[in-house]
Design a protein around this ligand. Sequence first.
Ligand SMILES: [Zn+2]
Length: 86
Amino acid sequence: MVSHCANPQCLKPLHYLREGKVFLFTGRNTSKGKSTLPRLEHYWLCGACAKEWTLMIDEENGVQLLERKRRRARTALVAPSAVPAL
Ligand SMILES: [Zn+2]
């Protein structure tokens, strides 16, 4: 389960799902030699961050944090180390 805000500048601990926004993305399972089901990845933005930011997935760069008002102007890659494991 996600335990912190996905914004690496925030990282607010998740206490209640009623605040903010949860994102669900399908990722590739990297197990070799077996056909496996797609891996589901959950991310959460706290209430304050969800007002200003959104998350999108990109084939090349993975999950990205984008400013809601200027989606193309400012992007920040969500470093895998900044998002706690499920
Ligand atoms: Zn936040």
